[in-house]
Design a protein around this ligand. Structure first.
Ligand code: ATP
Length: 477
Protein backbone atom coordinates (compact mmCIF):
# COMPACT_ATOMS: atom_id res chain seq x y z
CA UNK A 1 0.00 0.00 0.00
CA UNK A 2 1.41 3.41 -0.84
CA UNK A 3 1.42 6.52 1.24
CA UNK A 4 -1.25 8.19 -0.85
CA UNK A 5 -3.74 5.45 -0.04
CA UNK A 6 -2.90 5.62 3.63
CA UNK A 7 -3.49 9.34 3.90
CA UNK A 8 -7.02 8.84 2.57
CA UNK A 9 -7.78 7.23 5.95
CA UNK A 10 -6.79 10.50 7.61
CA UNK A 11 -9.48 12.41 5.75
CA UNK A 12 -11.36 13.36 8.90
CA UNK A 13 -11.45 16.62 10.94
CA UNK A 14 -9.84 14.97 13.99
CA UNK A 15 -6.61 14.43 12.07
CA UNK A 16 -6.53 17.87 10.44
CA UNK A 17 -7.23 19.57 13.73
CA UNK A 18 -4.56 17.53 15.52
CA UNK A 19 -2.15 18.59 12.85
CA UNK A 20 -2.99 22.26 13.45
CA UNK A 21 -2.76 21.92 17.21
CA UNK A 22 0.61 20.18 16.98
CA UNK A 23 1.92 22.96 14.79
CA UNK A 24 0.65 25.72 17.08
CA UNK A 25 2.53 24.16 20.05
CA UNK A 26 5.50 23.26 17.93
CA UNK A 27 5.12 19.61 18.95
CA UNK A 28 5.19 16.70 16.49
CA UNK A 29 2.11 14.47 16.57
CA UNK A 30 1.70 10.97 15.08
CA UNK A 31 -0.93 8.26 14.78
CA UNK A 32 0.58 4.98 15.98
CA UNK A 33 -0.04 1.27 16.38
CA UNK A 34 -3.15 -0.79 15.73
CA UNK A 35 -4.99 1.86 13.70
CA UNK A 36 -2.31 1.69 11.01
CA UNK A 37 -1.75 -2.06 11.35
CA UNK A 38 -5.44 -2.70 10.69
CA UNK A 39 -5.50 -0.43 7.65
CA UNK A 40 -2.48 -2.20 6.16
CA UNK A 41 -3.91 -5.61 6.97
CA UNK A 42 -7.62 -5.24 6.37
CA UNK A 43 -7.88 -1.95 4.52
CA UNK A 44 -10.16 -0.83 7.33
CA UNK A 45 -9.71 1.93 9.89
CA UNK A 46 -10.89 1.41 13.42
CA UNK A 47 -12.39 4.09 15.60
CA UNK A 48 -9.81 3.69 18.37
CA UNK A 49 -6.86 5.86 17.52
CA UNK A 50 -3.58 6.04 19.43
CA UNK A 51 -1.74 9.34 19.18
CA UNK A 52 1.87 9.93 20.17
CA UNK A 53 2.84 13.45 21.12
CA UNK A 54 6.48 14.36 21.32
CA UNK A 55 6.82 16.39 24.55
CA UNK A 56 4.09 17.23 27.06
CA UNK A 57 0.73 15.92 25.92
CA UNK A 58 -1.47 18.08 28.15
CA UNK A 59 -1.63 21.26 26.01
CA UNK A 60 -2.46 19.17 22.92
CA UNK A 61 -5.15 17.19 24.74
CA UNK A 62 -6.74 20.32 26.20
CA UNK A 63 -6.95 22.08 22.83
CA UNK A 64 -8.28 18.96 21.16
CA UNK A 65 -10.90 18.32 23.84
CA UNK A 66 -12.06 21.93 23.69
CA UNK A 67 -12.95 21.42 20.02
CA UNK A 68 -14.29 17.86 20.04
CA UNK A 69 -15.64 17.06 23.48
CA UNK A 70 -16.63 20.30 25.21
CA UNK A 71 -13.32 20.29 27.03
CA UNK A 72 -13.84 16.85 28.54
CA UNK A 73 -11.02 14.34 28.73
CA UNK A 74 -9.79 11.63 31.04
CA UNK A 75 -6.24 11.71 32.24
CA UNK A 76 -4.47 8.66 33.63
CA UNK A 77 -1.62 10.20 35.55
CA UNK A 78 -0.20 6.80 36.54
CA UNK A 79 0.26 5.83 32.92
CA UNK A 80 0.91 9.34 31.54
CA UNK A 81 -1.90 8.91 29.03
CA UNK A 82 -5.14 10.72 28.26
CA UNK A 83 -8.33 9.81 26.46
CA UNK A 84 -10.88 11.88 24.57
CA UNK A 85 -14.14 10.66 23.06
CA UNK A 86 -14.70 12.59 19.85
CA UNK A 87 -18.02 11.48 18.35
CA UNK A 88 -17.67 7.77 17.76
CA UNK A 89 -13.88 8.00 17.85
CA UNK A 90 -11.92 7.16 20.96
CA UNK A 91 -8.58 8.91 20.94
CA UNK A 92 -5.82 7.78 23.31
CA UNK A 93 -2.93 10.20 23.76
CA UNK A 94 0.50 9.24 25.02
CA UNK A 95 3.76 11.16 25.22
CA UNK A 96 6.72 9.72 23.38
CA UNK A 97 8.45 7.84 26.19
CA UNK A 98 10.79 5.20 27.43
CA UNK A 99 9.35 2.88 30.03
CA UNK A 100 10.55 -0.15 31.90
CA UNK A 101 9.89 -2.25 34.95
CA UNK A 102 12.72 -2.15 37.40
CA UNK A 103 13.55 -5.45 39.08
CA UNK A 104 10.54 -6.73 40.99
CA UNK A 105 8.51 -3.50 40.86
CA UNK A 106 5.00 -3.70 39.45
CA UNK A 107 5.08 -0.02 38.40
CA UNK A 108 6.75 0.89 35.13
CA UNK A 109 9.39 3.57 35.30
CA UNK A 110 8.46 6.18 32.68
CA UNK A 111 10.70 8.84 31.14
CA UNK A 112 10.06 11.33 28.33
CA UNK A 113 11.82 10.31 25.14
CA UNK A 114 12.47 11.08 21.51
CA UNK A 115 10.41 9.55 18.73
CA UNK A 116 13.24 7.07 18.01
CA UNK A 117 13.30 5.93 21.63
CA UNK A 118 9.51 5.63 21.59
CA UNK A 119 9.80 3.35 18.58
CA UNK A 120 12.13 1.03 20.44
CA UNK A 121 9.76 0.57 23.36
CA UNK A 122 6.94 -0.70 21.08
CA UNK A 123 6.18 -4.37 21.50
CA UNK A 124 6.19 -5.62 17.90
CA UNK A 125 7.39 -4.30 14.57
CA UNK A 126 3.82 -4.49 13.26
CA UNK A 127 2.71 -2.23 16.11
CA UNK A 128 5.49 0.28 15.52
CA UNK A 129 4.03 2.09 12.50
CA UNK A 130 3.71 5.86 12.74
CA UNK A 131 1.65 8.09 10.49
CA UNK A 132 2.79 11.67 10.55
CA UNK A 133 0.17 14.34 11.23
CA UNK A 134 2.78 17.06 10.86
CA UNK A 135 2.35 19.60 8.13
CA UNK A 136 5.65 19.03 6.39
CA UNK A 137 4.88 15.33 5.74
CA UNK A 138 1.20 14.77 6.67
CA UNK A 139 0.18 11.16 5.96
CA UNK A 140 3.72 9.81 5.60
CA UNK A 141 4.20 6.32 6.99
CA UNK A 142 7.18 5.78 9.25
CA UNK A 143 8.06 2.11 9.50
CA UNK A 144 11.33 1.98 11.43
CA UNK A 145 11.65 -1.81 11.67
CA UNK A 146 10.22 -2.90 8.33
CA UNK A 147 6.97 -3.97 9.93
CA UNK A 148 5.37 -4.12 6.48
CA UNK A 149 7.48 -7.15 5.58
CA UNK A 150 6.47 -8.81 8.87
CA UNK A 151 2.81 -8.05 8.18
CA UNK A 152 3.13 -9.80 4.87
CA UNK A 153 4.86 -12.79 6.45
CA UNK A 154 2.31 -12.73 9.30
CA UNK A 155 5.02 -12.70 11.90
CA UNK A 156 5.36 -11.02 15.28
CA UNK A 157 8.86 -9.79 15.79
CA UNK A 158 10.14 -7.49 18.53
CA UNK A 159 11.81 -4.24 17.39
CA UNK A 160 14.82 -4.99 19.55
CA UNK A 161 16.32 -8.02 21.32
CA UNK A 162 13.24 -9.95 22.56
CA UNK A 163 14.88 -10.58 25.94
CA UNK A 164 14.95 -6.83 26.48
CA UNK A 165 11.42 -6.28 25.13
CA UNK A 166 9.88 -9.02 27.29
CA UNK A 167 11.86 -8.55 30.42
CA UNK A 168 11.23 -4.77 30.41
CA UNK A 169 7.47 -5.29 30.29
CA UNK A 170 6.52 -8.94 30.74
CA UNK A 171 2.91 -8.23 29.77
CA UNK A 172 4.21 -8.11 26.20
CA UNK A 173 4.59 -11.89 26.28
CA UNK A 174 0.84 -12.21 26.72
CA UNK A 175 0.29 -9.56 24.08
CA UNK A 176 2.37 -11.67 21.71
CA UNK A 177 0.05 -14.60 22.27
CA UNK A 178 -3.00 -12.36 21.99
CA UNK A 179 -1.95 -10.80 18.68
CA UNK A 180 -0.85 -14.17 17.30
CA UNK A 181 -4.32 -15.51 18.09
CA UNK A 182 -6.32 -12.45 16.98
CA UNK A 183 -4.42 -11.94 13.75
CA UNK A 184 -3.47 -15.57 13.12
CA UNK A 185 0.23 -14.66 13.09
CA UNK A 186 3.28 -16.69 14.14
CA UNK A 187 5.53 -15.50 16.93
CA UNK A 188 9.09 -15.23 15.55
CA UNK A 189 11.26 -18.15 16.74
CA UNK A 190 13.65 -15.98 18.75
CA UNK A 191 10.73 -14.20 20.42
CA UNK A 192 9.12 -17.53 21.26
CA UNK A 193 12.33 -18.81 22.81
CA UNK A 194 12.67 -15.61 24.76
CA UNK A 195 9.12 -15.94 26.12
CA UNK A 196 9.91 -19.44 27.35
CA UNK A 197 12.99 -18.05 29.06
CA UNK A 198 11.24 -15.08 30.64
CA UNK A 199 7.88 -16.55 31.70
CA UNK A 200 8.59 -16.14 35.37
CA UNK A 201 8.84 -12.37 34.93
CA UNK A 202 5.08 -12.39 34.51
CA UNK A 203 4.76 -12.37 38.27
CA UNK A 204 5.56 -8.65 38.38
CA UNK A 205 2.55 -7.85 36.18
CA UNK A 206 -0.73 -7.08 37.94
CA UNK A 207 -3.40 -9.76 37.75
CA UNK A 208 -5.86 -7.28 36.23
CA UNK A 209 -3.63 -6.70 33.20
CA UNK A 210 -2.99 -10.43 32.80
CA UNK A 211 -6.68 -11.24 32.95
CA UNK A 212 -7.49 -8.45 30.53
CA UNK A 213 -5.18 -10.00 27.92
CA UNK A 214 -6.41 -13.50 28.72
CA UNK A 215 -10.01 -12.41 28.14
CA UNK A 216 -9.01 -10.93 24.78
CA UNK A 217 -7.49 -14.28 23.83
CA UNK A 218 -10.64 -16.09 24.95
CA UNK A 219 -12.74 -13.74 22.81
CA UNK A 220 -10.94 -14.54 19.53
CA UNK A 221 -12.64 -16.73 16.91
CA UNK A 222 -10.37 -19.75 17.59
CA UNK A 223 -9.23 -19.28 21.18
CA UNK A 224 -7.57 -22.71 21.39
CA UNK A 225 -4.69 -21.38 19.32
CA UNK A 226 -3.88 -18.88 22.07
CA UNK A 227 -4.40 -21.36 24.88
CA UNK A 228 -2.07 -23.87 23.25
CA UNK A 229 0.58 -21.16 22.94
CA UNK A 230 0.07 -20.17 26.56
CA UNK A 231 0.48 -23.78 27.56
CA UNK A 232 3.48 -24.52 25.34
CA UNK A 233 5.36 -21.44 26.50
CA UNK A 234 4.35 -22.16 30.13
CA UNK A 235 2.81 -18.70 30.45
CA UNK A 236 -0.41 -20.42 31.50
CA UNK A 237 1.42 -22.18 34.34
CA UNK A 238 2.18 -18.77 35.87
CA UNK A 239 -1.40 -17.73 36.44
CA UNK A 240 -3.78 -20.64 35.82
CA UNK A 241 -2.42 -23.86 37.36
CA UNK A 242 -5.90 -25.44 37.61
CA UNK A 243 -6.23 -25.38 33.84
CA UNK A 244 -2.72 -26.77 33.35
CA UNK A 245 -3.57 -29.68 35.63
CA UNK A 246 -6.20 -30.83 33.15
CA UNK A 247 -3.46 -31.80 30.72
CA UNK A 248 -2.28 -35.37 30.48
CA UNK A 249 -3.50 -38.91 30.09
CA UNK A 250 -3.09 -41.59 32.70
CA UNK A 251 -3.18 -45.25 31.71
CA UNK A 252 -3.90 -48.12 34.06
CA UNK A 253 -4.29 -51.72 32.87
CA UNK A 254 -4.14 -50.41 29.34
CA UNK A 255 -7.13 -48.13 29.89
CA UNK A 256 -6.61 -44.40 29.45
CA UNK A 257 -8.90 -41.41 29.84
CA UNK A 258 -9.08 -38.48 27.44
CA UNK A 259 -6.77 -35.49 27.83
CA UNK A 260 -9.06 -33.02 29.53
CA UNK A 261 -7.00 -29.97 28.64
CA UNK A 262 -7.25 -30.51 24.88
CA UNK A 263 -10.87 -31.58 25.28
CA UNK A 264 -11.57 -28.29 27.10
CA UNK A 265 -9.94 -26.35 24.25
CA UNK A 266 -12.17 -28.12 21.76
CA UNK A 267 -15.27 -27.29 23.81
CA UNK A 268 -14.12 -23.68 23.99
CA UNK A 269 -13.67 -23.50 20.21
CA UNK A 270 -17.08 -25.10 19.71
CA UNK A 271 -18.70 -22.51 21.97
CA UNK A 272 -16.79 -19.73 20.19
CA UNK A 273 -18.37 -20.82 16.89
CA UNK A 274 -21.87 -20.19 18.20
CA UNK A 275 -21.56 -17.39 20.74
CA UNK A 276 -19.54 -14.26 21.52
CA UNK A 277 -20.52 -14.37 25.17
CA UNK A 278 -17.30 -14.15 27.20
CA UNK A 279 -18.94 -15.82 30.21
CA UNK A 280 -20.22 -18.77 28.23
CA UNK A 281 -16.63 -19.17 27.04
CA UNK A 282 -15.49 -19.07 30.67
CA UNK A 283 -18.02 -21.78 31.47
CA UNK A 284 -16.46 -23.88 28.71
CA UNK A 285 -12.99 -23.30 30.17
CA UNK A 286 -14.11 -24.30 33.64
CA UNK A 287 -16.67 -27.02 32.94
CA UNK A 288 -14.25 -29.91 33.68
CA UNK A 289 -11.93 -28.00 36.01
CA UNK A 290 -12.52 -30.43 38.89
CA UNK A 291 -11.72 -33.55 36.88
CA UNK A 292 -8.17 -33.90 38.23
CA UNK A 293 -9.35 -33.81 41.84
CA UNK A 294 -12.24 -36.24 41.32
CA UNK A 295 -10.40 -38.71 39.12
CA UNK A 296 -10.63 -42.39 40.16
CA UNK A 297 -9.79 -45.71 38.58
CA UNK A 298 -11.87 -48.78 39.26
CA UNK A 299 -10.95 -52.25 37.95
CA UNK A 300 -14.52 -52.84 36.87
CA UNK A 301 -15.66 -49.49 35.51
CA UNK A 302 -12.40 -47.85 34.47
CA UNK A 303 -11.95 -44.10 34.92
CA UNK A 304 -14.54 -41.89 36.57
CA UNK A 305 -14.72 -38.23 37.56
CA UNK A 306 -17.66 -38.51 39.85
CA UNK A 307 -18.95 -35.20 41.20
CA UNK A 308 -16.68 -33.05 39.05
CA UNK A 309 -19.69 -30.91 38.12
CA UNK A 310 -20.46 -29.99 41.74
CA UNK A 311 -16.85 -29.67 42.83
CA UNK A 312 -16.07 -27.64 39.72
CA UNK A 313 -18.88 -25.20 40.50
CA UNK A 314 -17.45 -24.81 44.01
CA UNK A 315 -14.02 -23.95 42.58
CA UNK A 316 -15.38 -21.11 40.45
CA UNK A 317 -15.47 -18.33 43.10
CA UNK A 318 -11.88 -18.98 44.19
CA UNK A 319 -10.62 -18.90 40.62
CA UNK A 320 -12.65 -15.78 39.80
CA UNK A 321 -11.35 -14.03 42.91
CA UNK A 322 -7.71 -14.83 42.21
CA UNK A 323 -7.99 -13.84 38.54
CA UNK A 324 -9.81 -10.63 39.51
CA UNK A 325 -12.84 -11.56 37.46
CA UNK A 326 -16.15 -10.04 38.60
CA UNK A 327 -17.70 -11.65 41.67
CA UNK A 328 -21.23 -10.83 40.58
CA UNK A 329 -24.01 -12.42 38.54
CA UNK A 330 -21.50 -13.26 35.78
CA UNK A 331 -19.71 -15.54 38.21
CA UNK A 332 -23.00 -17.07 39.32
CA UNK A 333 -23.86 -17.74 35.71
CA UNK A 334 -20.55 -19.55 35.11
CA UNK A 335 -20.99 -21.48 38.34
CA UNK A 336 -24.48 -22.55 37.38
CA UNK A 337 -23.42 -23.77 33.95
CA UNK A 338 -20.49 -25.73 35.39
CA UNK A 339 -22.80 -27.28 37.98
CA UNK A 340 -25.43 -28.28 35.44
CA UNK A 341 -23.29 -29.19 32.44
CA UNK A 342 -23.93 -32.94 32.72
CA UNK A 343 -27.64 -32.68 33.24
CA UNK A 344 -29.01 -32.27 29.70
CA UNK A 345 -27.10 -35.22 28.30
CA UNK A 346 -28.19 -37.39 31.23
CA UNK A 347 -31.72 -36.99 29.88
CA UNK A 348 -30.94 -38.91 26.71
CA UNK A 349 -32.39 -42.14 28.09
CA UNK A 350 -35.90 -42.78 26.67
CA UNK A 351 -37.04 -43.82 30.14
CA UNK A 352 -36.40 -40.38 31.59
CA UNK A 353 -39.58 -38.91 32.97
CA UNK A 354 -41.00 -35.50 32.23
CA UNK A 355 -40.38 -34.54 35.82
CA UNK A 356 -36.59 -34.83 35.34
CA UNK A 357 -36.92 -32.53 32.34
CA UNK A 358 -39.07 -30.09 34.30
CA UNK A 359 -36.47 -29.99 37.05
CA UNK A 360 -33.71 -29.14 34.62
CA UNK A 361 -35.80 -26.36 33.07
CA UNK A 362 -36.49 -24.87 36.49
CA UNK A 363 -32.94 -25.31 37.80
CA UNK A 364 -31.36 -23.74 34.72
CA UNK A 365 -33.98 -20.95 34.54
CA UNK A 366 -32.88 -18.13 32.28
CA UNK A 367 -29.56 -19.92 31.53
CA UNK A 368 -31.19 -22.90 29.84
CA UNK A 369 -30.33 -21.92 26.27
CA UNK A 370 -26.69 -21.27 27.12
CA UNK A 371 -26.52 -24.51 29.07
CA UNK A 372 -27.70 -26.38 25.99
CA UNK A 373 -25.06 -24.61 23.87
CA UNK A 374 -22.37 -25.66 26.34
CA UNK A 375 -23.65 -29.19 26.53
CA UNK A 376 -23.69 -29.55 22.75
CA UNK A 377 -20.19 -28.07 22.52
CA UNK A 378 -19.08 -30.70 25.03
CA UNK A 379 -19.63 -33.43 22.44
CA UNK A 380 -16.12 -33.67 21.04
CA UNK A 381 -15.54 -37.27 19.99
CA UNK A 382 -13.42 -37.71 16.86
CA UNK A 383 -15.25 -40.88 15.89
CA UNK A 384 -17.66 -39.53 13.28
CA UNK A 385 -20.22 -42.28 13.77
CA UNK A 386 -20.31 -41.70 17.50
CA UNK A 387 -20.46 -37.96 16.90
CA UNK A 388 -23.54 -38.34 14.69
CA UNK A 389 -25.20 -40.55 17.27
CA UNK A 390 -24.47 -38.22 20.19
CA UNK A 391 -25.64 -35.18 18.27
CA UNK A 392 -28.85 -36.95 17.29
CA UNK A 393 -29.41 -37.90 20.93
CA UNK A 394 -28.77 -34.37 21.98
CA UNK A 395 -31.32 -33.07 19.50
CA UNK A 396 -33.89 -35.46 20.93
CA UNK A 397 -33.25 -34.07 24.40
CA UNK A 398 -33.56 -30.53 23.09
CA UNK A 399 -36.85 -31.42 21.46
CA UNK A 400 -38.22 -32.97 24.64
CA UNK A 401 -37.18 -29.95 26.68
CA UNK A 402 -38.97 -27.74 24.19
CA UNK A 403 -42.14 -29.80 24.37
CA UNK A 404 -42.25 -29.92 28.16
CA UNK A 405 -41.45 -26.25 28.39
CA UNK A 406 -44.20 -25.23 26.01
CA UNK A 407 -46.74 -27.50 27.62
CA UNK A 408 -45.96 -26.63 31.23
CA UNK A 409 -45.03 -22.96 30.75
CA UNK A 410 -41.94 -23.34 32.90
CA UNK A 411 -39.70 -20.64 31.45
CA UNK A 412 -38.40 -18.51 34.37
CA UNK A 413 -40.84 -20.35 36.53
CA UNK A 414 -41.77 -19.11 39.95
CA UNK A 415 -43.96 -21.51 41.96
CA UNK A 416 -47.52 -20.09 42.09
CA UNK A 417 -47.72 -20.51 45.87
CA UNK A 418 -45.68 -18.04 47.89
CA UNK A 419 -44.69 -18.14 51.55
CA UNK A 420 -47.03 -15.18 52.10
CA UNK A 421 -50.00 -17.22 50.87
CA UNK A 422 -49.11 -20.12 53.16
CA UNK A 423 -48.70 -17.86 56.19
CA UNK A 424 -51.93 -16.05 55.54
CA UNK A 425 -54.08 -19.13 54.99
CA UNK A 426 -52.75 -21.12 57.97
CA UNK A 427 -52.15 -18.10 60.14
CA UNK A 428 -48.50 -19.04 60.58
CA UNK A 429 -45.46 -16.94 61.47
CA UNK A 430 -42.38 -17.15 59.24
CA UNK A 431 -40.50 -20.38 59.97
CA UNK A 432 -39.57 -23.83 58.65
CA UNK A 433 -43.18 -25.03 58.45
CA UNK A 434 -43.99 -22.40 55.85
CA UNK A 435 -41.08 -23.61 53.72
CA UNK A 436 -42.17 -27.21 54.14
CA UNK A 437 -45.66 -26.51 52.80
CA UNK A 438 -44.44 -24.24 50.00
CA UNK A 439 -41.95 -26.85 48.90
CA UNK A 440 -44.51 -29.62 48.92
CA UNK A 441 -46.55 -27.65 46.37
CA UNK A 442 -43.46 -26.99 44.27
CA UNK A 443 -42.52 -30.66 44.27
CA UNK A 444 -46.05 -31.73 43.35
CA UNK A 445 -45.95 -29.48 40.28
CA UNK A 446 -42.49 -30.60 39.23
CA UNK A 447 -43.38 -34.25 39.73
CA UNK A 448 -46.44 -33.72 37.56
CA UNK A 449 -48.87 -34.66 40.33
CA UNK A 450 -50.77 -31.42 39.78
CA UNK A 451 -50.69 -29.00 36.85
CA UNK A 452 -48.87 -25.70 36.98
CA UNK A 453 -52.04 -23.68 37.72
CA UNK A 454 -52.55 -21.33 40.60
CA UNK A 455 -56.09 -22.34 41.63
CA UNK A 456 -55.26 -26.05 41.68
CA UNK A 457 -51.97 -25.40 43.43
CA UNK A 458 -53.80 -23.34 46.05
CA UNK A 459 -56.23 -26.17 46.71
CA UNK A 460 -53.31 -28.58 46.97
CA UNK A 461 -51.58 -26.23 49.42
CA UNK A 462 -54.65 -26.35 51.67
CA UNK A 463 -54.90 -30.13 51.68
CA UNK A 464 -51.21 -30.88 51.93
CA UNK A 465 -50.66 -28.08 54.44
CA UNK A 466 -53.31 -29.49 56.77
CA UNK A 467 -51.64 -32.88 56.65
CA UNK A 468 -48.22 -31.48 57.36
CA UNK A 469 -49.52 -29.44 60.28
CA UNK A 470 -51.40 -32.41 61.70
CA UNK A 471 -48.24 -34.48 61.58
CA UNK A 472 -46.62 -31.75 63.62
CA UNK A 473 -49.48 -31.88 66.12
CA UNK A 474 -50.86 -28.51 65.07
CA UNK A 475 -54.63 -28.41 64.61
CA UNK A 476 -56.30 -26.30 61.97
CA UNK A 477 -59.97 -25.56 61.23
P1 ATP B 1 -5.84 -3.36 19.75
O1 ATP B 1 -6.51 -2.03 19.77
O2 ATP B 1 -6.39 -4.34 18.79
O3 ATP B 1 -5.63 -3.90 21.12
P2 ATP B 1 -3.39 -1.93 19.40
O4 ATP B 1 -2.13 -2.26 18.66
O5 ATP B 1 -4.04 -0.63 19.12
O6 ATP B 1 -4.38 -3.12 19.17
P3 ATP B 1 -3.17 -1.11 22.15
O7 ATP B 1 -3.11 -1.94 23.37
O8 ATP B 1 -4.31 -0.17 21.97
O9 ATP B 1 -3.02 -2.09 20.92
O10 ATP B 1 -1.83 -0.27 22.11
C1 ATP B 1 -1.56 0.70 21.12
C2 ATP B 1 -0.11 0.66 20.74
O11 ATP B 1 0.69 0.92 21.90
C3 ATP B 1 0.34 -0.71 20.26
O12 ATP B 1 0.15 -0.85 18.89
C4 ATP B 1 1.79 -0.71 20.65
O13 ATP B 1 2.55 0.00 19.72
C5 ATP B 1 1.82 0.09 21.94
N1 ATP B 1 1.74 -0.71 23.16
C6 ATP B 1 0.66 -0.94 23.93
N2 ATP B 1 0.96 -1.69 25.00
C7 ATP B 1 2.28 -1.92 24.92
C8 ATP B 1 3.21 -2.61 25.73
N3 ATP B 1 2.84 -3.22 26.86
N4 ATP B 1 4.49 -2.63 25.34
C9 ATP B 1 4.88 -2.01 24.22
N5 ATP B 1 4.06 -1.36 23.40
C10 ATP B 1 2.78 -1.29 23.75
Amino acid sequence: MNVKNLSSFLDHPIFYVLSEIGKSHNQPVYVVGGFIRDILLFNKAKKEVDIVVVGNLLPIVEDFARIFSRGEYAIYENFGTAMVCAGDYRIEFVSARKESYRGESRKPFVQPATLEEDQLRRDFTVNAFYLSLNQENFGTLIDPFNGQADLEKKILRTPTNPDITFSEDPLRMLRAVRFATQLDFQIAPDALESIKKNVERLKIVSQERITDEFNKIILTPIPSKGLRLLFDTRLLHQFFPELVRLQGIEIINGIGHKDNFYHTLKVLDNVAKVSDNLWLRWAAILHDIAKPITKKFDEKNGWSFHGHDDKGAKMVPGIFKRLRLPLNEKMKYVQKLVELHLRPIALVDEEVTDSAIRRLIVDAGEYLEDLLLLCKADITTRDTQKLQRYLANFEKVEQRIKEVEERDRLRNWQPPITGEMVMQYFNLKPGPLVGLIKNAVREAILEGEIPNEESIAYQYMIEKGKKILQEQGITTN
